[in-house]
Unconditional design. Structure first.
Ligand code: SAM
Ligand code: SF4
Length: 422
C-alpha cells in the first residue's frame, strides 16, 4: 500500500449534543466560543496542544493531497487556530499546492468575517451542517440553529464560491427524521420534496444526505427505548431515498456514494479516500486512522485521549488493542517501541519467548537496519527520522507478515494467548 496522502483532524467541541448524534463530542454549552477569553477557550487550547503534539510525533510521509477538519464543531476554533493546525501538518508532511482542505461549519457558530479568516488560513472547501430548513424539524433534532441561520450561512457560501475564495462547498441534510409518537401527520413525502428543492436552490455544488440512524445512548435512542418515538416505516424511508436520488439527479447532481451527491467536478476527494482503500492519517480524540490499511481508533474521551498521548510505547493499557495495531501506532511515534516488552505485555508471550521472538524479528529486519531505516538501541526499536519514517511501509509490512506467521505457528502460552484479540 502507498503512504497516505490524506489527513483527518477531529475537533470534538460542540455547543451541545444533538439528539441523534453519538460522535466523539465535548459539549461546552451554548455560550461557548473559540476566541480567547470566551467560554470553552481554555479547554479548546489544551486540546489543540495535544493535537499539535500528536501531529508532530507522527511518522512522516509524502505531502498531503486532502485535509479534513471535522467534528464536533470545528467552527468553534478561531481562524488563527485552524491556521496553526495546518502549519503543523505542513511541517510534518507538507501540503500539496492544490490540496483539498475542508472545514466543517455549523450555521450560527460563525459569521462572514470568521469565514473570510478561515479561507485566508488555507481552507478551500466547507461542509455546512444544515440538516433541515424547517425550524420545527431543527428543534426536534436538538439543533441550536434556525432555518434563518442556515439561510444566512448559505448566502455567505454563495458569496465565497462566486468570488472564487472557495473551491466548493457541501450541505448536509438529514432525511427520515423520527417524530414524537402520536404526532405524525402524513405529508412526509411532500415536506421532504420541499427540503430537497430548497437544498437545490441553495446552489450547493455538493450535498450529503444522511438517513437518520438511531444510536443507542443518544436522546433519540433513549426516547425510542421508552416507546416515545415514531420512526418512519421501511417503505416510507425507501420512498424518501428514491425521491432524493430522483430529484437530485434531475437537478444535475451525480450520486457518487451512498449519501453523497455532487455537481461535476465537486465530489469530495477526501471522502473518496475512505472508500477507495487508500490509507489516511487520523489525529485527535475519537479519530480513526488507517495509514496502512489497519484501522486505529483513538480513545473517544478527552481524558482517555490525553492518557493515550502520555502512555509509554509499551503501555499495555487500552484492553483490546491488539499487538499489530499497537506496533503500528508505536512505530509511528519517534520514541518507537520496546519490542520484547510489547511482545510480552501486549501479545501475551512468556518473557523468554518474547525475547527470543524479538531476536528473531531483529535478524529478519537486519537488511532494514543496514540501510539505516531501523534503529535498535537497547530494547527500543525506532524507525530512523526521516528516512525510516518515510519508508516505514516496507518495514512495517515485513514486521506484520512475520507476526501473522508467528501467531499462526504458536500455541497459546501460559501467560496469555498470542492472538490479536488480546
Ligand atoms: C458529526 S457531524 C459534524 C458536523 C457538524 N457538527 C454538524 O453537526 O453539522 C457530520 C454530519 O453527520 C450527520 N450525522 C450525525 N449523526 C447522525 C445520525 N445519527 N444519523 C444521520 N446523520 C448523522 C449530520 O448530518 C452531520 O452534519
Ligand atoms: S451533529 Fe454536529 S453539532 Fe450536533 S452534536 Fe454531533 S457533531 Fe455536534
Amino acid at each position: 500500500m502507498f503512504s497516505p496522502r490524506s489527513a483527518y483532524l477531529h475537533i470534538p467541541f460542540c455547543h451541545r449534543r444533538c439528539y441523534y448524534c453519538d460522535f466523539a463530542v465535548v459539549p461546552l454549552g451554548d455560550r461557548a466560543g473559540g476566541a480567547t477569553g470566551q467560554v470553552g477557550s481554555a479547554s479548546i487550547a489544551a486540546y489543540l496542544g495535544l493535537l499539535q503534539r500528536e501531529i508532530a510525533s507522527s511518522a512522516s510521509g509524502p505531502p498531503l493531497a486532502t485535509v479534513y477538519l471535522g467534528g464536533g464543531t470545528p467552527s468553534l476554533l478561531t481562524p488563527g487556530q485552524v491556521g496553526e493546525l495546518l502549519d503543523a501538518l505542513q511541517q510534518r508532511f507538507g501540503i500539496d499546492a492544490g490540496a483539498e482542505i475542508t472545514l466543517e461549519l455549523d450555521p450560527a457558530s460563525f459569521d462572514q468575517q470568521r469565514l473570510i479568516g478561515y479561507l485566508e488560513a488555507g481552507i478551500n472547501r466547507v461542509s455546512l451542517g444544515g440538516q433541515s430548513f424547517d425550524d420545527a424539524v431543527l428543534q426536534s433534532l436538538g439543533r441550536r440553529h434556525s432555518g434563518a441561520d442556515l439561510a444566512q450561512a448559505i448566502d455567505w457560501m454563495a458569496w465565497a464560491l462566486g468570488s472564487g475564495h472557495l473551491a466548493s462547498w457541501s450541505l448536509d441534510l438529514i432525511q427520515a427524521v423520527p417524530t414524537l409518537a402520536g404526532t405524525t401527520t402524513g405529508g412526509e413525502i411532500e415536506a421532504w420534496r420541499s427540503q430537497l428543492q430548497r437544498a437545490i436552490a441553495s446552489g450547493a455544488p455538493h450535498l450529503s444526505v444522511y438517513e437518520l440512524t438511531l444510536e443507542p445512548g443518544t436522546v433519540f435512542g433513549k426516547q425510542h427505548e421508552r416507546g416515545l418515538l415514531s420512526l418512519p416505516s421501511d417503505d416510507l424511508a425507501a420512498d424518501l431515498m428514491e425521491l432524493t436520488a430522483g430529484e437530485l439527479r434531475g437537478a444535475g447532481y451525480g450520486h457518487y456514494e451512498i449519501s453523497s451527491y455532487a455537481k461535476p467536478g465537486h465530489a469530495s476527494r477526501h471522502n473518496r479516500v475512505y472508500w477507495s482503500g487508500a490509507g489516511w492519517w487520523g489525529f485527535g480524540m475519537g479519530a480513526t486512522a488507517a495509514p496502512w490499511g489497519h484501522r486505529e481508533a483513538r480513545p473517544r474521551t478527552r481524558q482517555g485521549y490525553g492518557a493515550w498521548m502520555e502512555q509509554p510505547a509499551t503501555d499495555p493499557s487500552g484492553p483490546g488493542v491488539p499487538f499489530d495495531e499497537r506496533l503500528l501506532v508505536g512505530l509511528r511515534r519517534r520514541e518507537g517501541v520496546r519490542m520484547a516488552a510489547l511482545l510480552e505485555q501486549v501479545a501475551g508471550l512468556a518473557p523468554e519467548a518474547a525475547t527470543a521472538a524479538a531476536n528473531e524479528l531483529a535478524q529478519r529486519l537486519e537488511p532494514f537496519r543496514q540501510r539505516g531505516l531501523l534503529r535498535i538501541v537497547g530494547q527500543r526499536w525506532q524507525l530512523s527520522d526521516p528516512e525510516g519514517l518515510a519508508l516505514s511501509n516496507a518495514v512495517l509490512r515485513e514486521m506484520l507478515s512475520w507476526w501473522d506467521r508467528a501467531r499462526a505457528a504458536q500455541p497459546p502460552t501460559a501467560s496469555g494467548p498470542p492472538s490479536p484479540e488480546t
